[in-house]
Design a protein around this ligand. Structure first.
Ligand code: ADP
Length: 356
């Protein structure tokens, strides 16, 4: 099977270098079974203008030959950007005040159910795929779901002592470190955990988790804007906030409150931008149609009017929901989802670089 896939790759020519993908060294790895084919491509330029076109062509050709397999083609980070990236990361770590964690990003939403937790987990995977060291802190006391999203439900964190200090060991999935308030409470007790108890538990998670060295720590905040947000925000030096919303007017109205909270002079956290989730739906049998189930572009319009960046628009995709339910964020394996999140992750990285 590898040989057939290699033959396909050898039939695709890079328009600029005029080499085929195999001889030109564009193939990083091939893993193939009857059910699943994954090909990693590597381009010499960090933003090769033909990369996406070539990726799509390869995907199409392999899918034509193996229609029953799940085909994933992804582009690996190029080598010549590695040193630049290393420099950027070193610079980030120099600017940090949160020990070994370079940048802390809060993921917020005006209301529940808009996909904030789903966006957090998929963004974490997208950043990890870009080569960053990533951690996720699930501070959503109203509905902690990161353990489920990463398939580590039931994980009981160990406590360790280092130099006389107590630390909590986070779960780790594919290099992403995860700690959640749900690892410390039974779901049935969650309601009792509001208020001071939740605050002190969160404070412990924030300060005592053994993250090691991280480039990005994503915090899944509880939905809404309230006291708990202010206390989390004041515990951690948050470098930027991403606000998730669906396009619906009622959801957008809550985004306004979220932006105001972060921009409040006492809080003063840069709003990196808005991610519009569930922006549209495209049925598989009508790939060119977009159905704007929750209205069209509401969050996008708000972002423009409030001078906030639109970091991405994520459509409704069944694989996203399935990934969350099965403990494997879809960015890992579904190229269409990865495409959307990679763009959003790159925008988050760029915005953070500018803000600091
Ligand atoms: P929140 O954290 O804002 O309460 P969740 O992340 O738990 O929301 O998402 C709510 C539900 O919507 C989940 O079942 C999730 O799988 C699903 N979901 C979120 N975003 C998408 C999407 N873009 N496409 C399909 N399903 C989605």
């Amino acid at each position: 099977m590898d040989r057939e896939i290699r033959a396909i790759l050898a039939s695709v020519i890079h328009p600029e270098t005029e080499e085929n993908l195999v001889d030109g060294g564009f193939v990083d790895s091939i893993t193939a079974t009857d059910e699943k084919i994954t090909v990693a491509l590597r381009f010499r330029k960090s933003r090769d203008p033909f990369a996406i076109k070539i990726k799509n062509r390869v995907e199409q050709l392999i899918t034509e030959l193996y229609p029953d397999a799940t085909v994933t083609i992804f582009i690996k980070q190029v080598d010549n950007s590695t040193s630049k990236r290393k420099e950027q990361i070193e610079q980030m770590h120099k600017n940090t005040t949160t020990s070994t964690v370079a940048k802390v990003v809060a993921i917020a939403s005006g209301k529940g159910g808009v996909g904030k937790s789903t966006v957090t987990s998929n963004l974490a995977v997208a950043l990890a795929k870009e080569g960053y060291k990533v951690g996720v802190l699930d501070a959503d006391i109203y509905g902690p779901s990161q353990s489920k999203m990463f398939g580590v439900e039931g994980y009981l964190p160990d406590a360790v002592q280092v130099d006389g200090q107590d630390y909590i060991v986070p779960a780790e999935v594919e290099n992403i470190k995860i700690i959640s308030i749900a690892m410390f409470i039974r779901p049935t007790d969650a309601l009792l955990w509001r208020g001071t108890m939740a605050n002190s538990a969160l404070r412990q998670l924030i300060h005592q988790t053994m993250w090691g060295e991280l480039d990005y720590l994503l915090i899944d905040l509880p939905p809404g804007t309230g006291d708990i947000h202010l206390s989390i925000i004041s515990e951690l030096k948050i470098d930027g906030a991403v606000i998730v919303s669906t396009p619906q007017q009622v959801a957008v109205a809550d985004v306004v409150r979220g932006v105001e909270m972060f921009r409040n002079p006492n809080v003063n956290i840069p709003v990196l931008g808005v991610i519009e989730n569930m922006a549209w739906f495209t049925p598989a049998e009508l790939p060119n149609n977009r159905y704007y189930i929750f209205g069209q572009g509401g969050a996008a319009r708000y972002a423009e009017s409030a001078g906030v960046d639109l970091l991405g628009q994520i459509p409704i995709i069944q694989a996203i929901m399935e990934g969350s339910d099965s403990g494997k964020p879809a960015v890992w394996s579904v190229s269409e989802v990865e495409k959307h999140y990679r763009q959003a992750a790159q925008k988050v990285v760029e915005k953070l670089m500018k803000e600091c």
